[in-house]
Write a protein that binds this ligand. Structure first.
Ligand code: NAP
Ligand code: ZN
Length: 359
């Protein structure tokens, strides 16, 4: 891996964490020239995902410092490579978690690049040219057009930015569990954060009855009144959890910290499915009894493929689904990360990179 190659000629202003203290500071670096398959994007907004926090603090032990986080990016195209046909100058676009994949394996050929064995991410990845990828906490991005999507005209660029990770990460398992085409299911969402709050909005838009399972009683009113949830269970209240036993068809677990799946599995009907998308640094507990007594299944899901990501953006455009965001200037990133770590955000911080508030 290398920091740059000779064709890294474009100077970019960004924000990076230099070590596991987790503090973000300005960082000037170089990006590659716009290649034939690339588009250059002036970054307007970038969401602050909990995955950014995991990387900044090296929770998962894989961070290559300095790390420029950010994979919930919206912006405007300023350059288009000669082989790119589906984007033009001025297009409103989004970039999520993916920067490169092999393009040849069964998953790449089947629009499931997210499961390619050679997947490389928008930041803390190694691009095809051997350089480390830097994310959206920066004013300009060069992206291969195969990992870029269009943002529907009716969606504001700031509130749409978190759809690029939070949105697709919950949309993909919902689609996988047939929640798009079969309304009337009972769906549980564990953890009402960035991922969780979009999941509630999507599940409601797709016609399901939604139960939020949360550690924060203070979120109940908002969950029901603003986000449209039907029921709210406080996961630390054994009586409430007991009352919800065997009531749900599908549950999405978005929790960012170690916890037990046992009490959550008890909420599933017989044959129900629990999809884990949260990625705590330590193993979650998976007791066998609630699994075997209810013939329940637990599976995982990692972001989504590019075709599915465009579909998700279009579905959000159709249903007018955006994220509830707190807009911040780049000099407040550290404060935002601290608040995110304390579970104090409603429901996603978005960095106003370009300093404009309307596009
Ligand atoms: P977030 O905004 O911080 O939300 C996580 C929520 O989990 C919190 O709002 C909180 O909800 C709950 N929670 C936090 N600590 C908890 C604890 N100790 N016990 C139980 N619940 C707790 O984070 P996010 O951005 O939504 O990301 C969530 C997780 O998904 C992270 O681990 C992230 O890395 C991962 N992720 C995975 C993918 C993927 O492709 N699979 C993609 C993006 C993110 P309540 O207050 O309601 O309890
Ligand atoms: Zn993310």
């Amino acid at each position: 891996m290398a920091l740059e190659t000779p064709n890294h000629t474009q100077t970019v202003a960004g924000w990076a964490a230099y070590d596991s203290s987790g503090k973000i500071a300005p960082y000037i670096f170089k990006r590659r020239e716009n290649g034939v398959n690339d588009v250059t994007i002036q970054v307007m907004y970038c969401g602050v995902c909990h995955t950014d926090l995991h990387h900044v603090k090296d929770d998962w032990g894989i961070t290559m410092y300095p790390v420029v986080p950010g994979h919930e990016i919206t912006g405007v195209i300023t350059k288009v490579g000669s082989d790119v046909k589906n984007f033009k100058l001025g297009d409103r676009v989004g970039v999520g978690c993916l920067a490169a994949s092999c393009l040849e394996c069964e998953f790449c050929k089947n629009s499931q690049e997210n499961y390619c064995d050679q997947i490389q991410f928008t930041y803390n990845g190694i691009f095809w040219d051997g350089t480390i990828t830097y994310g959206g906490y920066s004013d300009m991005l060069v992206a291969d057009h195969r990992y870029v999507v269009h943002v529907p005209d009716n969606l504001p660029m700031d509130a749409a930015a978190p759809l690029l990770c939070a949105g697709i990460t919950v949309f993909s398992p919902m689609k996988d569990c047939q929640l798009l085409e079969s309304p009337g299911k009972k769906v549980g969402i564990v953890g009402l954060g960035g991922l969780g709050h979009v999941a509630v909005k999507m599940a409601k838009a797709f016609g399901h009855q939604v139960t939020v399972i949360s550690t924060s009683p203070s979120k109940e009113n908002e969950a029901k009144q603003r986000l449209g949830a039907d029921y709210f269970l406080v996961s630390t209240d054994a009586k409430q959890m007991q009352g919800g036993k065997r009531s749900l068809d599908v549950i999405l677990d978005t929790v960012s910290a170690k916890h037990s799946l046992g009490p959550i599995l008890e909420l599933l009907k017989v044959n129900g499915t629990l999809v884990v998308v949260g990625a705590p640094d330590r193993p979650i507990e998976l007791p066998s009894f609630p699994l075997i007594f209810g013939k329940r299944a637990v599976k995982g899901s990692m972001t989504g493929g590019m075709k599915e990501t465009q579909e998700m953006m279009d579905v959000c455009g159709k249903h007018n689904i955006t994220c509830d965001v707190e807009l911040i200037k780049p000099d407040k990133i550290n404060e935002a990360l601290d608040r995110l770590a304390r579970n104090d955000v409603r429901y996603r911080f978005v960095i106003d990179i370009a300093g404009t508030s309307k596009l």
